[in-house]
Design a protein around this ligand. Structure first.
Ligand SMILES: Cc1cc2nc3c(=O)[nH]c(=O)nc-3n(C[C@H](O)[C@H](O)[C@H](O)COP(=O)(O)OP(=O)(O)OC[C@H]3O[C@@H](n4cnc5c(N)ncnc54)[C@H](O)[C@@H]3O)c2cc1C
Length: 432
């Protein structure tokens, strides 16, 4: 006998779970709904953590997805600081870490992920920081303040506080841009030939490196952090750059080296997962009444005919809504062009579609200026647009995703695509 039975159980207190709750309540005002999250706050938005929150431009209260009263008014029961440790799919039940058993009709797994840990000597030193949660952001904020007050002098100008950012993916660049805007001297360790190398082409990656360079960030290309050194705290990050070794002085280091999907609760269940939990277009796992959404799920994207882990805000909110709708008896499906937005200092970046199948890239606009503004079209081997990246405020932003949605073939149109004087609508054809 379980301790509690609910119609809807949502596990994970992030944006995917909160959007699912909202959608369920839109469709079913009465079904018992319980949201269990292991953090000690109600659901909040993570994107500001690496930007406005760290810069003190957005406060704690402005991060939450819903006011506290919303949960009461909509009868969404919220259990924070509670972890679901086990699932029993035959009994339709979940066990919390405190031993309580909750049975459900429909379950959503929206457990997101955590920051992947760096595994090099010295990685256990206390001022190697990560950024995933509000607590992490507060810790990083304290380290920034302390470094600015009493940290190492800047190498080349007045000011105090030196940080090394390890990792040049989306999050690493955001953090480097923010720390530099906050007045710290930043060294950025880029493992590949340019930032965003898993995601974008050389033009975008090099433009990002130059942009950060203009902002005073020291960008170290082809450089891996191999060791952290210091007397009880990180004081130096040792980089290997080809055969050479470089030592970077710092007050603290931040590692942004990827996402580790939270899928421990699948242990002992037949729910299928690879890097993330595999779900169909309706966010269903292979077990009928169990759904997954957000960063812990790889959704089947019909546009590319494969499962994709879309670990960004738009997709977490959207798949949360899709799962919620289906749990409440609707037939909602993922048919969007995946998109995310990022910001490095004041540079806006947008990405639509899938970079992994891109074979060649076509650039429209100027990548050279201190304020770059251009579009990178990623074309797959079949000659169709697979990905679009905008650097700087996008023009024609309403049309750009259409190129991916239609998987437009651009053969023969390359020169016109490169020319910003040619309206994109003309290239879309008659239905544009
Ligand atoms: C600093 C930062 C900046 C970002 N900036 C951007 C951006 O600019 N643009 C963008 O598109 N995306 C951005 N993202 C990514 C975006 O925030 C995520 O894609 C989104 O938060 C994912 O939401 P989610 O609900 O799937 O997972 P999460 O937000 O990870 O939430 C999952 C929650 O479930 C909890 N949980 C895990 N296991 C259990 C369990 N067993 N029991 C109970 N609870 C559990 C977790 O602790 C967590 O609180 C950023 C992420 C970070 C960290």
């Amino acid at each position: 006998m379980s301790d509690l039975h609910v119609r809807y159980l949502l596990v994970g207190g992030g944006v995917a779970a909160s959007h699912a709750a909202q959608e369920i309540r839109r469709l079913d005002a009465n079904g018992e709904l319980l949201l269990v999250g292991q953090e000690n706050t109600r659901p909040y938005h993570r994107p500001p953590l690496s930007k406005e929150f760290l810069l003190g431009r957005r406060g704690h209260e402005e991060l939450f997805t819903h006011p506290a009263e919303w949960f009461v008014e909509h009868r969404v029961r919220l259990r924070t600081s509670q972890r679901v440790s086990r699932l029993d799919i035959h009994r339709h039940s979940a066990t919390l870490a405190n031993g309580e058993e909750i049975s459900f009709d429909h379950l959503l797994i929206a457990t997101g992920g955590g920051a992947k840990r760096l595994s090099v000597p010295g990685a256990a030193l206390p001022n190697l920081l990560y950024l995933r949660t509000l607590e992490d952001a507060e810790r990083l904020g304290h380290a920034m303040d302390k470094a600015r007050r009493e940290g190492r002098p800047h190498p080349d100008k007045a000011g105090r506080g030196r940080a090394v950012v390890i990792g040049a993916g989306v999050l690493g660049l955001e953090i480097a841009g923010t720390l530099s805007t906050a007045g710290l001297h930043v060294d950025l360790a880029v493992a590949g030939e340019h930032p965003w190398d898993h995601l974008a082409g050389e033009t975008t990656g090099k433009a990002l490196a130059r942009f950060l360079g203009w902002r005073g960030v020291a960008v170290h290309l082809n450089s891996r952090a191999v060791r952290l050194e210091g007397d009880g705290r990180v004081q130096r990050v040792i980089l290997a750059c080809g055969g050479a070794v470089e030592s970077l002085e710092c007050d603290f280091a931040v590692a942004a080296v990827g996402l580790e999907v939270h899928k421990e609760i699948l242990r002992g269940t037949p729910i299928i997962a690879e890097k993330a939990i595999l779900v169909d277009q309706r966010c269903r796992t292979n077990i009928g009444h169990i759904y997954a959404a957000g960063d812990c799920a790889a959704i089947f994207d019909p546009l590319f005919g494969k499962h994709r882990l879309l670990d960004h805000w738009d997709s977490a909110a959207l798949t949360g809504r899709i799962a919620g709708a289906n749990m409440a008896g609707m037939e909602a499906s993922f048919d969007a062009v995946s998109h995310f937005e990022s910001r490095v200092a004041d540079l806006e970046l947008n990405v639509w579609g899938e970079g992994k199948i891109v074979d060649r890239r076509i650039v429209r606009g100027s990548a050279g200026a201190p304020s770059p503004r251009f579009v990178e079209f990623g074309v797959a081997a079949d000659g169709r647009v697979a990905q679009i990246i905008t650097v700087g405020p996008p023009t024609e932003a309403d049309i750009l995703p259409e190129f991916v949605r239609r998987r437009l073939r651009i053969d023969g149109n390359e020169e016109r695509l490169k020319d910003p004087a040619v309206p994109l609508r003309e290239l879309l054809g008659p239905d544009g």
